[in-house]
Design a protein around this ligand. Sequence first.
Ligand SMILES: C[S@@+](CC[C@H](N)C(=O)[O-])C[C@H]1O[C@@H](n2cnc3c(N)ncnc32)[C@H](O)[C@@H]1O
Length: 253
Amino acid sequence: MENEYYYNETVTRFYDAVYDSFPILKAGSEFYLDEIKNTDGKVLEAGVGTGRIFLPALKGGADIFGVDYSENMLAKLKEKLPAKDHYRVWAEDIRRFDAGRSFKLVISPFRVFQHLLTIDDQLAALNSIYNVLDDGGRLIFDVFNPDLKRLTNPVENILEFDGEYLAGHKLQRFASVNYDHIIQQMDLKFKFIWEEDGLEKTDTFSTPLRYYFRYELENLVGRTKFKIENIYGSFKREELNNNSNEQILVLRK
Ligand SMILES: C[S@@+](CC[C@H](N)C(=O)[O-])C[C@H]1O[C@@H](n2cnc3c(N)ncnc32)[C@H](O)[C@@H]1O
């Protein structure tokens, strides 16, 4: 499946090593695993990635499925998934998919919706997810709550991760971010430097990410058949406020 911003081999390869160390992701996975545990029925992770949430949920007994448009991310996930469960994950673009099954809960954790750059793409994803939900089913996804100070301060080559990807093998990830406030996009660029076979290697990955404001999200959802049940400001289910890092939308069919 072709996509301009397709997760490349390098970002996929180091995804787990980098993100296992980020506290906000840990809080997010506890939140989503809790929602999955409290769901009696099938669950779909839309933008399943390398299975950060999918795999522990499956291990915990959830009847969970996953789709992603990145073949690289799916291959990484399948390395960790017993062959008997491979049928549970497949390649789909969430803007135009029909899973052929219906779900009680669809989750789209960790900024998947920020990859949807245009209003048409956002509505297409919301509508295709709506169509695979059971009546009364829910969609939960998170996007960051824009921090106005950060939006006015582009960064260049900030060291975000300095560790190892395997015991004794160093990895660093640097991030550069530029903003365009007219199209509400940040241009995110990662530079990876790692040790392999006694050599220092380097590669980059770039992607635009859409940022969203609260009333924009409410208006967007208002153009679909979903009802907004909650917008949390944190994975502890706190109300959205001026210090919130997250906007977590809970939508009901
Ligand atoms: C930041 S990762 C999050 C992965 C996983 N949900 C997690 O929490 O670790 C975003 C994922 O969304 C996927 N993605 C982005 N846009 C998508 C689309 N239109 N259809 C399917 N997958 C998409 C990417 O390929 C990537 O795997």
